[in-house]
Write a protein that binds this ligand. Structure first.
Ligand code: CMX
Length: 139
């Protein structure tokens, strides 16, 4: 697949308001965007570190994936997102390699990226996202 870089690291938190001061006041990063991704039932806050982002995730729905994650595992690293080119082709390669896909086709994620997740049970326990900086209209 040859990802170009780690696009972002997703971190599940109970509260953006409680977590953001750590990143801003202790690490000295600047939160440059807060965005709700309705279909993922999360509110996200972004910080840039080099060419990689930290994406804090607060659930907006007790039945949503981030609420379920925190309930089972507590706050912490939720997923790693790799930047790739031609994401549709990369998904077909993953499928051919026997990886279980959560998203068979890319959809629109935060910041307008095309994103797709692979199932953590296929990726050694780490929820793994592919993303491409290319907008698609369908969410
Ligand atoms: N990382 C590693 N393992 C995870 C996980 C994660 N983020 N989320 C769930 N799991 C594990 C669980 O611990 C559980 O393992 P065990 O069976 O060993 O207990 C197993 O996967 C099944 O978990 P579950 O709680 O029953 O949850 P579901 O199967 O219903 O859903 C998943 C799990 C990964 C398919 C679902 O969370 C999903 O589709 N995630 C992709 C979308 C997403 O996470 N969106 C939020 C962020 C979006 C954004 O960045 O904008």
């Amino acid at each position: 697949m040859k990802p170009t870089h780690i696009e972002h690291i997703g971190i599940a938190v109970n509260s953006l308001a409680e977590a953001i001061p750590f990143y801003e006041n202790v690490l000295g990063l600047k939160c440059y965007n807060i965005e709700e991704v309705a279909d993922q039932r999360v509110k996200t806050a972004f910080f840039m570190v080099g060419q990689t982002k930290i994406e804090l995730l607060e659930s907006t729905d007790p039945e949503g994936p981030v609420s379920k994650f925190i309930e089972k595992r507590g706050e912490g690293i939720h997923h790693i997102a790799f930047a790739v080119e031609n994401i549709e082709d990369r998904l077909r390669e993953a499928e051919a390699a026997g990886i279980k896909l959560i998203d068979i086709q890319p959809r629109r994620g935060a910041e307008g990226l095309s994103i797709a997740f692979m199932h953590p049970k296929s990726t050694f326990g780490v929820l793994t996202e592919l993303c491409e900086n290319k907008s698609i209209t369908k969410r």
